[in-house]
Design a protein around this ligand. Structure first.
Ligand SMILES: [Zn+2]
Length: 215
């Protein structure tokens, strides 16, 4: 499958899953050292077709395609510049994850689910930044090397991956765990893992899954 096709399928998936509403979100994939394929702004991800995708350089200049480059492109460009190992960036506003990103600076709080730690590492709550300004990418920068999923305060979520599929599944995993955590709270509250058990998981995440974790 071509990268263009794969990115469009991921766009349809995030829309169908309800991770974005209306024109929300943006998805991208690295197609060469200098070129990024990215969704245009002001288009519904559920309706996008292959020809709608834009090709840009690492400065965000439009190289090919008709449409406007999103102002949130800065998040994508920073991720590709800082992380040579990743080839896809997905930004959405999934309901449960975004709710956790909007609750008085708490974010995901303490680690609860072993599999989430193993696939996402730490999920930081990145300080609020005004959309379209440099505040937004700068809020992610301190965590870029040690995480694969990021909550954006009062805004949404970002995931990165070595492939489009990986970035998509990390978004799905993030939202699934946020949903589960929400239900755990309605049942009386989650029981966080012990410090000792979390440390063991971070060791496995680094050794087995190659995640760099800032312990
Ligand atoms: Zn957004």
């Amino acid at each position: 499958m071509s990268v263009r096709r794969e990115l469009i399928e991921a766009c349809h998936r995030v829309y169908n899953k309800g991770f974005v509403a209306a024109y929300d979100g943006n998805l991208s994939a690295r197609i060469s050292e200098e070129r990024i394929l990215i969704t245009p702004s002001a288009k519904c991800k559920g309706e996008l077709e292959e020809d709608d995708l834009l090709e840009i350089d690492l400065e965000g200049h439009l190289l090919e395609g008709k449409g406007k480059v999103s102002t949130e492109v800065k998040i994508h460009l920073l991720a590709y510049r800082e992380r040579k190992d990743i080839n896809s960036v997905i930004h959405c506003h999934p309901v449960y994850s975004t709710a956790f990103a909007a609750t008085r600076g708490e974010g995901f709080g303490k680690p609860v689910f072993p599999e989430v730690i193993l696939s996402l590492g730490k999920v930081p709550l990145c300080k609020y930044g005004t959309p379209s300004t440099d505040e937004l990418p700068e809020s992610i920068r301190p965590y870029l090397n040690s995480s694969w999923a990021f909550l954006l305060e009062n805004h949404g979520a970002v995931t990165i991956g070595r492939s489009i599929k990986e970035a998509y599944f990390k978004m799905e995993k993030l939202e699934h765990s946020a949903h589960t955590l929400f239900i755990a709270r309605t049942l009386g509250g989650e029981k966080p893992l012990s410090v000792e058990n979390v440390k063991k998981l971070y060791d496995i995440a680094e050794r087995v899954y190659g995640l760099k974790v800032n312990k």
